[in-house]
Structure formats: structure tokens, C-alpha cells
Design a protein around this ligand. Structure first.
Ligand code: GTP
Ligand code: MG
Length: 303
């Protein structure tokens, strides 16, 4: 596999989209993680922009609008859409849900749906390597859309150089109980659907809520109003994204981010040969033998 992986990687670096699609499938299916290929190269440029937020907040509409802006700036854009609600290979179905069809055939745009693999939800464990592959293919920006439920938004923030959390004005009550996690991961809060009443009120209470955090060093969360469906507020949002990408995360926040990525990758590599189906089969065998002790089972696994 190593030889063919490196050949495939070479094709991907030349910008061959078919090879890229194949490479991503290889990572998704655990055929290879391109570790060797990625290890021996200087880091690629290319920035990851995470877009997360509650279901229906307008993430896809916003991503669609952002693609337009980036393409206008002559950037190459890749989009990964992650659907945590469906595990296994529902990629084709997912395609219908995203409203980005006008970009599917654009030469500078690559769109791919990913399912989350683990039965406990969360992002696909190979997603970090997939973003590296996209960088290798020469994409300037990689947008990752994921619904902010469970652990997703925390994981996405570890992968992303800039994290946009998309909210809607109706989230007025929600905001009081908003998970601390969501507050911490946001570099930019996008208040979408600002054509709705109470948008300004919502922005004010959001800013009020953020103000104590703002006094912490390295902490500066922007709030931007948009109407994604009408392409409004995009210039300001683009400016905020560019500003954050130019500065990078500051000091300790950057090291923390890298530590989280390292943790993610180490976990992925360590868990590589642990498969749910194999565990289940072994458990069935043990249970049929008599009393089952989970700890004994784990202690004895692949010893
Ligand atoms: N009024 C209004 N509607 C919007 C706006 N942006 C998006 N919508 C609509 O909101 C609905 C949901 O938009 P999506 O972009 O699919 O939202 P999403 O967050 O990607 O949804 P999921 O991926 O299912 O979580 C669609 O009907 C959009 O047309 C906006 O700024 N104003
Ligand atoms: Mg969507």
C-alpha cells in the first residue's frame, strides 16, 4: 500500500481531483492514512475554517455564500460537510441536503460529504488527515461544516484555524444556557437570519455575555450579523476571517490547538486496529462461555 499511497499522493499534489476523492475514501475506510507521505514534508499552507452551530441555523447557506466570496478572490476552496446523525456511508444522500449545487462543477471548488464513523458520534477520526490531504492538493481554504451537537464543536475547533459559530436570533433563551464549550470554541459568532426581528437585541445580549471573557488575554471573539440567504454581512465576515488567519492563534492558544491535534492523531493511530465488529464478536464468544467481566475483557484484548 505504501508505494501506491505515495503514487496517489503525488497525483493529489498535482491537483488531480479524482485521485483526491480516492485518497479521501482511503482515509475514510481505513485503507491508509498517508502518514508517511505527510510526515516527510514541510507543512502545507492552507487554512481550515470550521463552521458549526445548531441545526438549521444557515450554515450551508453561509458556506455557499463564503465560497462565492473566496472564488471571487481567486482562491481554491474545499468544503467538507459532516453529518453526525448518520454513521456509515451515506455520502451520496448527504449531497442532497447541502445547498451548494452551483459550485459542484466549479474548477476551483471541491465539495465532499463525510459521515461520522464512530457509533458514539463525533467527527470522523480521519478528518485531520483528510484536511491535510486537501491542503496538499493546493486548496487555500478548507471549510468544514458540522452541526454543533455533542462533542462536535469542540473537535472542530481543534481542527480549525478559525471557528465560526452560527446562531440565529431566536436562540435568545438558548444563549443563557449555551454550553461553555460553544463559547470557548468561537472565534467569530455569526448571527445569521438577521432579517428576523430581535436580531439587534440578540447581538447585544451576546456581546454582553462575551464581555467578561474578553478580558482574558488572547481572547477576542467577534460578533458579525449576516443574512446568508441574501448574501448580506459577508464583507465584514470575510474581514474577520482574514484578520484571524493573518494573526494566527496567539501563543498558548496556538500550542493548545497543536496539542489537541496531536492528541487527536495519536488517538486515531492507537485505535487503528480496534474495530467495533471485532470487539462485538469477541464479546459474543466470551459471553457464551459464561460470566462476562468488561475489565477482564479489556485487559486481555490483543495481549
Ligand atoms: N430568513 C433567513 N433564512 C435563512 C437565512 N440563511 C439561511 N436561511 C434558511 O434557513 C434554512 C436552513 O438553512 P441551511 O443553510 O440548510 O442551514 P444548516 O445550518 O446548514 O442546516 P443543517 O445542516 O441541517 O443543520 C433554509 O431554508 C435557508 O434558506 C437567512 O439569513 N435568513
Ligand atoms: Mg447544512
Amino acid at each position: 500500500m505504501t508505494d501506491s499511497a505515495s503514487l496517489l499522493f503525488g497525483e493529489i499534489q498535482k491537483g488531480n481531483y479524482r485521485s483526491l476523492a480516492r485518497g479521501i475514501s482511503y482515509i475514510e475506510n481505513g485503507v491508509t492514512d498517508f502518514f508517511t507521505e505527510l510526515k516527510d514534508r514541510p507543512p502545507f499552507p492552507g487554512a481550515v475554517i470550521g463552521v458549526t452551530g445548531p441545526p438549521g441555523a444557515g450554515k450551508s447557506t453561509l458556506v455557499d455564500a463564503l465560497i462565492g466570496q473566496f472564488v471571487k478572490d481567486r482562491k481554491k476552496i474545499a468544503v467538507l460537510c459532516v453529518d453526525p446523525s448518520s454513521s456509515f456511508h451515506s455520502g451520496a444522500l448527504l449531497g442532497d441536503r447541502i445547498r451548494m449545487s452551483e459550485w459542484y462543477n466549479h474548477p476551483d471548488v471541491f465539495i465532499r460529504s463525510l459521515s461520522s464513523r464512530g457509533s458514539l458520534g463525533g467527527l470522523h477520526p480521519g478528518i485531520l488527515s483528510i484536511t491535510e490531504l486537501l491542503k496538499a492538493a493546493g486548496f487555500d481554504h478548507i471549510l468544514i461544516e458540522t452541526v454543533g451537537v455533542g462533542q462536535n464543536e469542540i473537535e472542530i475547533a481543534a481542527l480549525a484555524d478559525v471557528t465560526l459559530v452560527v446562531l440565529v436570533p431566536e436562540a435568545g433563551d438558548e444563549i443563557q444556557t449555551m454550553k461553555a464549550g460553544l463559547m470557548e470554541v468561537a472565534d467569530v459568532f455569526v448571527v445569521n437570519k438577521s432579517d428576523r426581528p430581535d436580531a439587534d437585541l440578540f447581538v447585544r445580549s451576546l456581546r454582553l455575555m462575551l464581555s467578561p471573557a474578553m478580558h482574558r488575554p488572547g481572547w477576542e471573539t467577534a460578533v458579525v450579523k449576516t443574512v446568508a440567504s441574501q448574501r448580506q454581512g459577508l464583507e465584514e465576515l470575510m474581514k474577520e476571517i482574514a484578520r484571524r488567519l493573518a494573526h494566527g492563534k496567539e501563543g498558548r492558544r496556538n500550542y493548545r490547538l497543536l496539542a489537541e491535534r496531536a492528541y487527536y492523531l495519536i488517538r486515531e493511530r492507537r485505535m487503528k486496529d480496534v474495530h467495533m465488529s471485532e470487539l462485538e464478536e469477541a464479546i459474543v464468544r466470551d459471553c457464551e462461555k459464561g460470566v462476562f467481566n468488561l475489565y477482564q475483557f479489556v485487559a486481555g484484548w490483543r495481549k
